[in-house]
Design a protein around this ligand. Structure first.
Ligand code: ZN
Length: 448
């Protein structure tokens, strides 16, 4: 008998966590942070030493109460990729389980980096180590968990490397978990999605499919990451930035985007200077896993050194660098906000160029933070460019393609609020699917 328990991400975007049981053998899929609730507490998106109870009370991580005694039956924790809304809860919650963490190498490297930072008392659980072992599995490979259960990591495209669509093979059928993905036919880093494998699984029969619903109401095919690269090139290579600063801010985990920014910098004969702790952590993980190299860039990790290095940039000449900094959502403690508020010694000149290679994640905190940041930037008369970005999430037509390929018997809508989940349900209805389930956090369902 298969059973699905919704723990987080079934009423919101964030704190993704789902449990899948086959009889008495359980697997946890993802263990994420709700970033809005987390940043409201901490004013930054990096992990800090925090009480697990407080984070649960504030809705920043999942509440494990619905698991009850089944918590002891969890045999593996399987994060699908390295985004904080999928792994950020692990430093606080993994010790509640006695089960290995099984994931792709990049996800493992980011997790180790995140927890390793705790040794200095900066983040996570404050212990500096995880209770459970990490087992790495290459994208495209499988791990036999027990005689009955095998966990497969299917290559997916998303906005961070080594993202996997997870298949849990059990004697009562396959459960597939695509949280998050998009179908990118022209990725700028890493392979295309493994369509052949998805089709083969669909042909053999999929018992249940747990699918992200974030952009289920966006009636389009999500554009490729190669489009975002072109948008960056248009600004960096196509405009006159003579003697002006170029400052780019983007998601720290978006290695493909960071690589594209560095490639552009090279073409205009500037050195990429990457500043910020979370940026440096993801870059170190990408290099460790051989995903790409940032040897052509200079990476400044610590904020104490950031101020000194940026002063030196002013002395050497802004035109020698493309600065890549944290703070795309206007987080008050990130580098860009501190440059703007003059907590870091920096001088903005008219027509300096600031590129937001991201979109504002539409939450009240982010919107207020970004509005404050943009208003200060306007005071400096800089040119700024917003939304130089394409999303890593599936839009409605990507989702339709996935449903058509997998033809699941049961569909569960995850990673979204009620409206987003309803969007996926309406799409499923268009595809004549009968068994569509909109669980709430804490809800569960047995599959006959
Ligand atoms: Zn993601």
């Amino acid at each position: 008998m298969l059973r699905i328990i919704a723990l987080g991400g079934y009423a919101e975007m964030g704190r993704n966590m789902t449990a899948v049981f086959w009889n008495d053998q359980g697997v946890i899929l993802d263990c994420g942070l709700h970033l809005e609730n987390y940043i409201r507490l901490t004013e930054e998106d990096d992990l800090k030493v925090m009480s697990t109870k407080l984070l649960q009370q504030e809705g920043a991580i999942a509440d494990l109460t619905p698991l009850g005694k089944d918590r002891k039956k969890i045999l593996a924790i399987v994060p699908s990729h390295a985004h904080l809304d999928h792994i950020g809860g692990l430093p606080y919650l993994e010790s509640k389980f006695d089960a290995p963490i099984i994931c792709t190498p990049f996800t493992a490297a980011v997790l180790r980096g995140m927890v390793g930072d705790n040794k200095s008392g900066r983040g996570g659980n404050g212990r500096g180590e995880l209770r459970n072992d990490i087992i790495t599995v290459q994208p495209g490979a499988s791990h036999k968990l027990t005689e009955d259960i095998t966990i497969e990591f299917i290559r997916a495209t998303h906005s961070t490397p080594h993202t996997a669509t997870i298949a849990i093979h059990t004697p009562d059928g396959v459960v597939i978990y695509a949280n998050d993905f998009k179908f990118d036919l022209h990725p700028t880093l890493g392979p295309k999605p493994d369509f052949a494998r998805l089709k083969a699984l669909g042909k053999a029969g999929v018992k249940a499919f747990i699918c992200e619903s974030t952009y289920s109401n966006l009636e389009q095919r999500m554009p490729s990451e190669s489009i975002a690269k072109q948008m960056l090139e248009d600004i960096l290579l196509g405009l006159d930035h003579k003697n002006k600063a170029i400052i780019v801010t983007t998601f720290s985990s978006h290695i493909a985007r960071l690589r594209a920014i560095c490639d552009c910098a090279k073409k205009i004969h500037r050195t990429p200077l990457i500043v910020g702790r979370s940026l440096s952590r993801y870059i170190a993980a990408a290099e460790e896993c051989g995903i790409t190299s940032f040897k052509d860039a200079e990476v400044v990790r610590y904020s104490s050194k950031a101020a000194r290095r940026l002063r030196k940039v002013l002395a050497e000449g802004k035109e020698k660098y493309v600065l890549v900094v944290t703070g795309h959502q206007g987080e008050p403690r990130a580098i860009l906000s501190r440059m703007v508020s003059e907590q870091i010694d920096w001088r903005f000149d008219p027509n300096d160029c600031v590129i937001f290679s991201c979109k504002v994640i539409p939450t009240p905190t982010n919107e207020a933070n970004r509005a404050r940041l943009e208003s200060r930037l306007r005071d400096f008369n800089v040119r700024f460019f917003k939304d130089i970005h394409v999303s890593g999430h599936a839009a409605r037509e990507d989702l339709r393609e996935m449903l058509t390929m997998l033809k699941p018997e049961h569909l569960f809508a995850s990673h979204g609020d009620k409206k987003m989940q309803a969007g996926l349900a309406s799409l499923a209805a268009e595809e004549h699917m009968q068994k569509v389930h909109l669980l709430a956090n804490g809800g569960q369902m047995e599959l006959a």
